[in-house]
Design a protein around this ligand. Structure first.
Ligand code: BES
Ligand code: MN
Ligand code: ZN
Length: 486
């Protein structure tokens, strides 16, 4: 879908469908539609129940007028509006255009002169128009909206929003692919293809190299599967001397059956989404390659499939991770943190100033925060506050959980090895984060996002259809861009 700015006079465009985003109880913007259309719309408004509440949408037909169809979309109360309010309203609008099989439309909104709002609208349009229909033989519900013009939107902001939202849709596609299509080998191939397309460096390590490099934790998790693990390292290097170096790490379980501690059936379903962190890393690298900030960025993924078999790793196994620490396996279903032990060790050896990891790590995080919010964990206050500030703008909900409970930390320090891979039922998201912290190098600022909830939409909401959401891409990418003042 094309999203562009429409300059100057509304009459210069020949498009006859128009959307108007309206704050609750405020119809001033309607006057922009011209005298004929606006007075007709106001007439209709007297007869219908449209208040401009968030989620409200009305279609008004005006035969013979400059705009034959006008959609009114509610933004809710002016004082409560956030950037994501505009993203959600634009998403709702475009979903309706799709349903009504409309190809081109103009969109009018308050606050478009603000770049953040223009960008949010562009993102909402592109995110809202997404469907995963690759495997539908008849594409009945897949009408494509060709073009939406944002009246007086900020050109650069719209372009940026397009790049970010298209990257997020790319991530959704990857997450939605099942385990028989995306496995560690094909995920690595996709990383390679992306790198070639965008001019990134790409190094893939196979199962032999993974062992040789001492990444026995990743290797152990992957060895129960017929498809061996892969380690993916993508690099973006700017032309000039970089201002900073940052690593993004993603959990890449292409399927998580639980392994020998096999999941009950209701819990195994949707575990193709356990690669969401990895896919988000590819999405971030895509944004970075297109936006070209003056920052060195590494994308790291340990890809594996967690399966039960005669060659699977077991409870009681003791494994040496890349940084030399020994891990005792209590439960093979706590596999993500085991793969991340090596990925974080490798990332630390790159000597970045900061690491962000994205991982569908624990069901416990969903119990704590609900399914729409990511858990945020850190070893550095300022870094955490910066990510939270960016997340406010992107609308990706994050909430910090504490890392200072030294009594709780003891639960992962039990047993015969340096660490054990579970800390019991209580505080499960926190003990998982504390486990990861063991593998982050001295002096490196680190933020861990547990995206188990928001990476997957069990049913559609906001601008997300059911399925993979692409959560985390925009927050990480925007953070990197912000390091270069963009
Ligand atoms: N991939 C799961 C976490 C998960 C659960 C993600 C639900 C998305 C939705 C992870 O590997 C896992 O199985 N975690 C266990 C850990 C436990 C065995 C300590 C969990 O959360 O139950
Ligand atoms: Mn698991
Ligand atoms: Zn998992």
């Amino acid at each position: 879908m094309e999203v562009k700015r429409l300059e100057g006079d509304l009459r210069t465009s020949d498009i006859d469908v128009c959307g108007v985003l309206l704050f609750e109880g405020d119809t001033k913007l309607l006057s922009k539609l011209g005298r004929g259309v606006s007075s007709r719309v106001r007439k209709v408004l007297e007869t219908i129940d449209f208040k401009g509440k968030e989620g409200q949408l009305e279609r008004i037909t005006l035969p013979g007028q400059r705009f034959g169809v006008v959609y009114l979309v509610g933004l809710g109360k002016r004082e409560k509006a956030q950037p994501d309010t505009f993203r959600r309203a634009s998403g709702l609008f475009v979903k309706r255009l799709k349903k009504d099989k409309i190809e081109r439309a103009v969109l009018i909104s308050p606050r478009v002169e603000n770049p953040t709002i223009s960008q949010a609208i562009a993102e909402g349009l592109i995110l809202g128009s997404y469907t995963f229909d690759r495997y539908k033989s008849k594409k009945e519900n897949s009408h494509e909206v060709k073009e939406v013009l944002i009246w007086r939107g900020e050109e650069e902001a719209i372009k940026k929003g397009k790049i970010l939202a298209e990257a997020q849709n790319y991530v959704r596609d990857l997450v939605n692919e099942p385990g028989n299509v995306i496995n560690p080998i094909t995920l690595a191939e996709e990383a390679k293809r992306l790198a070639e397309e965008l001019g990134l460096e790409c190094k893939i390590y196979d199962e032999k190299e993974i062992q040789k490099m001492g990444m026995l934790a990743l290797w152990s998790v992957g060895k129960g599967s017929a498809t061996p693990p892969r380690f993916i390292h993508l690099t973006y290097r700017p032309k000039g001397k970089p201002k900073d170096r940052i690593v993004i790490v993603g959990k890449g379980l292409t399927f998580d059956s639980g392994g020998l501690n096999i999941k009950p059936e209701n819990y195994m379903r949707t575990m193709k989404m356990d690669k969401s962190g990895a896919c988000a890393v590819l999405g971030v690298m895509r944004v970075v390659a297109k936006m070209k900030p003056n920052i060195e960025v590494h994308g790291i993924v340990g890809a594996a499939e967690n399966m039960p078999s005669g060659s699977a790793y077991r409870p009681d196994d003791i494994i040496r991770a890349k940084n030399g620490k020994y891990i005792e396996i209590d439960n093979t279903d706590a596999e993500g943190r085991v793969t991340l032990a090596d990925a974080l060790s490798y990332a630390s050896e790159l000597k970045p100033s900061k690491i962000i990891d994205l991982a569908t790590l624990t069901g416990a995080c969903m119990v704590a925060l609900g399914e729409y919010t990511a858990g945020l964990f850190t070893n550095n206050r300022e870094f955490a506050e910066e990510i939270k500030k960016i997340a406010k703008k992107t609308g990706e909900r994050v909430w910090e959980l504490p890392m200072d409970d030294e009594q709780l930390r003891k639960k992962i320090k039990k047993g015969p090895a340096d660490v054990v891979n579970t800390g019991g039922r209580y505080g499960g998201a926190i003990t998982a984060a504390m486990f990861l912290e063991e593998f982050v190098g001295e002096g490196i600022k680190w933020v861990h996002l547990d995206i188990a909830g928001p990476a997957w939409a069990r049913e559609e909401y906001g601008y997300h259809p059911q399925g993979g959401t692409g959560f985390g891409v925009r927050t990480c990418a925007e953070y990197i861009l912000s390091l270069d003042g963009r």
